[in-house]
Design a protein around this ligand. Structure first.
Ligand SMILES: [Fe+2]
Ligand SMILES: [Fe+2]
Length: 380
């Protein structure tokens, strides 16, 4: 057995003990349903009658004190308006949609990549657009926000990237998964723009395995949860997923096993993340992870490693920049009540018929995906 396989085998034995699964009292179920277009107002010209966006609902019911909702927007990837207004329009639309939520969201979490190249103009633009929302706002950074000035401007605008808050019986945690990348720039005398440029690629061949939580934040997390009842709900916001999805695109954090170690004793942990720009769902041990949409563009699914609990998005129409993108609404409800549509992926541009091509691309055929290597070797 190779070293890699041995490590995976050990990891599997530790993280997936016989019968371990997220606490079913959370009542999370998933379903896909088609609903008549909810698009209104200022959306693109494509948003007219006859469009039927698919909303991917995940039902959540926590033992929270009272039912509530919050909204997530991320991955707006704003350019200066002089370069591109397409992403600006979509961010404005997301803000309008959040404002129109009923019942209203208690707060907004912005999940990172507000900017495309960390330009202060881009970060200021994002901040201005989000000011339209008067509800409480909390933020975590994405790599696109960070690597021009190493988070200086982001911090001035949005505060500390690591935080926690308790809200109606749920402990919310914000973690920074982007700032602890290995130094790939000093030895090569890169300018800040060059450093940022490498971060702005999907295939991080130069930046390497930059996504990570880091020992300092792991220790902080452990302390932060020390006084929290192991059976009470925890929601952790991160830009990158807290598991190994696809390392070549940094669709992971490199120290995810350490994260799992810290979280293992807690039975109601939900990780909500951005960065992947696609619908994802995964469970490891007692933690579930929910991958959120971008408003900018949808990334393709990785060639391998898509969690088998994911119900993949149907391929998007590349000619429609409102397709495959949108925002999410997450609701948290008390006790055993299961509310409808507690997490909704709201895709703006979803059409009933969106592509006509080879069989593989037919709308009735789901994505052809390879199972994770680890899943093949150590099936449930
Ligand atoms: Fe992104
Ligand atoms: Fe990202």
């Amino acid at each position: 057995m190779s070293d890699l396989n041995r490590i995976r085998s050990e990891m599997d034995a530790v993280l997936r003990p016989e019968g371990a699964h997220p606490d079913r009292n959370l009542k999370i179920t998933r379903r896909i349903f088609i609903q008549k277009s909810i698009m209104t107002g200022a959306a693109a010209g494509a948003a007219t009658c006859g469009l039927f966006p698919i909303m991917n609902g995940i039902e959540v019911a926590y033992g929270a004190e009272a039912p509530f909702s919050f909204a997530w927007i991320s991955d707006t990837h704003l350019y200066p308006k002089t370069v591109n207004t397409r992403f600006v329009e979509k961010t404005v639309q997301a803000v309008k949609d959040v404002k129109a939520m009923s019942p209203a969201a208690d707060f907004l979490i912005f999940g990172g990549d507000i900017a495309q190249l960390g330009d202060p103009v881009e970060l200021d633009l994002g901040n201005e657009i989000l000011k339209e929302l008067t509800i409480k706002k909390v933020y975590i950074p994405g790599e696109h926000d960070w690597y021009l000035d190493m988070g200086k401007k982001w911090g001035e605008l949005f505060g500390k990237p690591t935080w926690s808050m308790d809200h109606k019986g749920v402990r919310f945690i914000g973690l920074d998964t982007v700032s602890r990348g290995p130094d790939y720039w000093t030895a090569k005398n890169m300018t800040p723009e060059e450093r940022m440029g490498h971060m702005a690629t999907l295939d991080g061949t130069v930046a390497g395995p930059w996504a990570g939580v880091g020992r300092d934040q792991l220790d902080w997390l452990q302390n932060k949860l020390a006084d929290w009842d192991k059976a009470k709900p925890i929601v952790i916001f991160t830009h990158n997923p807290l598991y190994e999805y696809y390392p070549p695109w940094n669709f992971w954090v490199r120290d995810w096993r350490d994260v799992q170690e810290v979280l293992k004793p807690y039975t109601k942990v939900t990780n909500i993340h951005g960065h992947v720009h696609q619908v994802l769902y995964n469970e490891i041990g007692t933690m579930r992870s929910i991958g959120m949409l971008a408003t900018s563009w949808p990334w393709p699914y990785a060639p391998e490693g898509v969690p088998k609990l994911t119900k993949p998005m149907i391929r998007v129409d590349p000619g429609d920049h409102f397709d495959g993108v949108g925002w999410e609404k997450v609701s948290v409800n008390p006790g055993n009540q299961v509310a409808r549509d507690d997490v909704e992926y709201v895709m703006w541009g979803r059409k009933e018929v969106f592509i006509q091509s080879e069989a593989d691309y037919d709308k009735s055929t789901p994505e052809i995906l390879r199972a994770r290597i680890a899943d093949n070797m150590y099936p449930y």
